[in-house]
Design a protein around this ligand. Sequence first.
Ligand code: PAF
Length: 280
Amino acid sequence: MKIIESPEEMQKQARLLIQSGEYIAFVPTMGFLHEGHLSLIRLAKEYSDTVVVSIFVNPAQFGPNEDLDAYPRDFARDEKLCREAGADILFYPTSQNMYLDGHSMWLSEESLSTVLCGASRPGHFRGVCTIVAKLLNIVQPDFMVLGEKDAQQLRVLRRMVRDLNFAVKIIAAPTVRAADGLAMSSRNKYLTSAERKEAVCLFQSLEKAKALFAAGERDAETLKAAVRAVIEATSGKVDYIELVDDETLQSVQTLEKPALIALAVKFSGARLIDNTVLAP
Ligand code: PAF
């Protein structure tokens, strides 16, 4: 596995690979890899000759009071995991290389980004779209593999690729969960051991919604109230629980088409998200 730090060198390598007829699949990450990321790398291998993984903790997608400085980092461990999972190139740029002095070009999606995490984290998706557009220009992949756990990010980036004609196909990979159902996330590390036990409430609340839905419940308020009751039985504080149209991310009152139920819950040191699609 090659480690490349310079964007210019990465771009050069990508061009050589493309010239020699190789398909490139790309897994963008912020590092501190877990089984969820590794499943994306393994899926990327199925689509390509060369898998590029990027590790870059993107300052532009963190708000002023968020966890940028505390965000967990362990390059040596990440490097080993990438190698073992079969990555061919690890792109590991510095912040100075990705955001040159005087950087003044930003990319904003203006509809899907305004709700859910976009409403709680102003500027977050502007940071995500900008960095992913830059990474796509540098890595020039045929495929980009993203996790369904970040449901809104997946939909915003699909919109970016569609609306700006990026020549990449997005592959969505299912959420990887711990044995008790908690979705894998680098931020799970912030949970105290008591909170780690309670954090399974996100998964359990979604399971509750799924069971009600399977039994015929179609009223969004009733479904959201059931999810809230499961969360509020723990020390977790609801940031949002929303039932939205799976395509537009606009709120729905009655479920007639596939709907995304998405939630964000704050524990003392971590804000966790999870989601599921309820499809009639
Ligand atoms: O999902 C993430 O880890 C990040 O938002 C991404 C896509 C790597 C962009 O920084």
